[in-house]
Ligand binder design. Structure first.
Ligand SMILES: Cc1ncc(C[n+]2csc(CCOP(=O)(O)OP(=O)(O)O)c2C)c(N)n1
Ligand SMILES: [Mg+2]
Length: 512
């Protein structure tokens, strides 16, 4: 078996079953190995940001690593924004990058770059294989590192890929469990009971069904409010689950929301800070005078910590139903479409068990609040703020869960970064319905200009936020995805119902 075949076989043995790839000459042995070794689905992305964003979406839904295969430093560079989002989401990815043959690299060929340096900004683990003799060990360590919930970047020179591998190495994947002092649970329980206004801030696995139900037991016993960060990687939401309030994006709104609490308990989430520094506004939303307790555990321990806290409170085994959201859907309004009505139509029609990817930017705000009573669904959001994540993330989620409807609620400017995702959706016949919030503008930047006191931007600045001239229906159809444009709420409702009833990808341009 050559090095490339060894790598693919080792990944398959560990349950890694998909490779999002945009290869070049230095990766061809790995490409050919995908035919020699069975069990790895290969998916082509026409830009590396598609591959990395799709790997993120896949792994968020499956809870296990996906593999990427990228071409040298420039390929990694193209994929790095979505690796950044994946890092912020604590997504496990086996990120494989080809490199020039070991004996060719010293001659500084044109495509050569410092790949390790670039990869280190997003990776929890990075290594370049030195020779085929070391490859088995490198592959084992890379997979073990990815299994810990991080990006593991393995850079493989092409001669290591094509040379026969004679050694083998065992993969020992053990999560980094933090030794957890259980007495903190009783102390937290006592403080929650004694303090008047308290908040439990949830992230990571705390937003899974089990995590949320444990949190609801705590809320029912103590009266604490349940909050989550502005951009949760993945959360279960809807009727029958506890109502969660999102910490708002805008610092003024966040500070206003959080000022009423005396005590914050963090589970799987860190203390919130403002997205940007604004003149005259603090970076941190919570002053030093606020009491804070961090349940300092590793991701696999979060649910156990919450359950332990509920038990320390002697909370009942099932939360009081009054702490769970009741079924409720918004009414569909007729007439000219706007962001609010678009969110209402989506919340009114999204099917039970849907996966919704939210990269609607300015139109996200209204939508989230409308969905607390929807039939249970999974929400994935833009964790790292690097836009261009929604389209590929939806692609990966649909590959992970072919039986679930995937809806990508997507802002137009952000969609254009990784618009080639539509081609992969068509090629793989994925059940993704893309709803484009077509305001033909970088609206959020206009909002930020107003906040900075620039009420009437000049002509040059205005050109930096104007996106007019994009024909979304043609963009979709040219890549094999049926597309339609709508301008009223009733037309959106009709098209959305139709798209969801049919297999394969669809795109609806919502002209706002
Ligand atoms: C990779 C990256 N590039 C640029 C930005 C800056 N940025 C943030 S939002 C935005 C525009 C968003 O416009 P759109 O997606 O149309 O959403 P809208 O504001 O119109 O709702 C830009 C350019 C970013 N966050 N990430
Ligand atoms: Mg826009």
């Amino acid at each position: 078996m050559n090095g490339a075949e060894y790598l693919i076989q080792a990944a398959v043995n560990e349950g890694i079953d998909i490779c999002f790839s945009n290869p070049g000459t230095t990766e061809l042995p790995l490409v050919n190995a995908l035919d020699k070794i069975s069990g790895m689905r290969s998916v082509l992305g026409l830009f590396e940001g598609v591959c990395t964003g799709a790997a993120d979406g896949y792994a968020r839904m499956k809870g296990k690593p996906a593999m990427t295969l990228l071409h040298l430093g420039p390929g990694l560079a193209n994929g790095i924004a979505n690796l950044h989002n994946a890092k912020r989401a604590a997504t496990p990815i086996l990120n494989v990058i080809g490199e020039h043959a070991t004996w060719h690299r010293p001659h500084d060929p044109l495509l050569a770059m410092d790949i390790e340096e670039l990869a280190s900004t997003v990776s929890g683990w990075v290594r370049t294989s030195r020779s085929a003799d070391h490859l088995a060990e490198d592959v084992a360590e890379a997979i073990a590192a990815a299994n810990k919930g991080q990006i593991a970047t393995l850079i493989v020179p092409s001669d290591c890929q094509w040379t026969q591998v004679t050694s083998d190495a065992e993969i020992t994947s053990q999560p980094d469990l933090i030794s957890f002092d259980e007495s903190i649970l009783q102390m937290t329980a006592d403080k929650l009971l004694k303090t008047k206004k308290t908040a439990l801030v949830l992230g990571g696995a705390a937003l899974s069904r089990d995590g949320l139900m444990a949190a609801a037991r705590i809320a029912a016993k103590t009266g604490c409010d349940l909050l989550c960060g502005t951009f949760p990687a993945r959360m279960e939401r809807g009727a029958g689950l506890p109502v969660i309030h999102k910490i708002p994006y805008l610092p003024e709104m966040a500070v206003d929301m959080l000022k009423v609490y005396e005590l914050f308990v963090f589970a799987g989430e860190r203390e919130p800070v403002a997205f940007f520094g604004y003149n005259g506004l603090a970076s941190r939303f919570l002053s030093d005078s606020k009491k804070k307790i961090h349940l300092n555990v590793s991701p696999p321990q979060i649910i156990a910590a919450l359950t332990g806290l509920a038990d320390a409170l002697s909370a009942g085994p099932d939360p009081d139903p009054s702490f769970l959201a009741e079924y409720h859907r918004p009414q569909i309004q007729n007439g000219v479409l706007n962001g609010m009505k678009a969110g209402e139509v989506l919340a009114a029609l999204q099917p039970e068990n849907a996966i919704v990817i939210d990269e609607a930017i300015t139109n996200s705000l209204a939508y989230f609040g409308l969905t607390a009573g929807c039939p249970e669904f999974t929400l994935l959001s833009l964790t790292g703020g690097a836009i261009g994540q929604g389209m590929p993330c939806a692609t990966g989620a649909a590959l992970a869960c072919p039986d679930r409807p995937v809806i990508n609620y997507q802002a137009d400017g952000s969609a254009m970064y990784t618009v080639q995702s539509l081609w992969t959706q068509a090629k793989e016949n994925l059940n993704v319905t893309t709803l484009i919030c077509s305001n033909r503008s970088y609206d959020i930047l206009k909002l930020e200009q107003v906040r900075a006191g620039v009420l009437t931007p000049g002509p040059h600045a205005s050109r930096m936020t104007d996106l007019s001239g994009i024909d979304w229906v043609k963009i979709a159809e040219s890549q094999g995805v049926p597309g339609v444009a709508v301008a009223t709420a009733e037309a959106l409702a009709k098209e959305l119902e139709q798209a969801l009833a049919q297999d394969g990808p669809h795109l609806i341009e919502m002209r706002l």
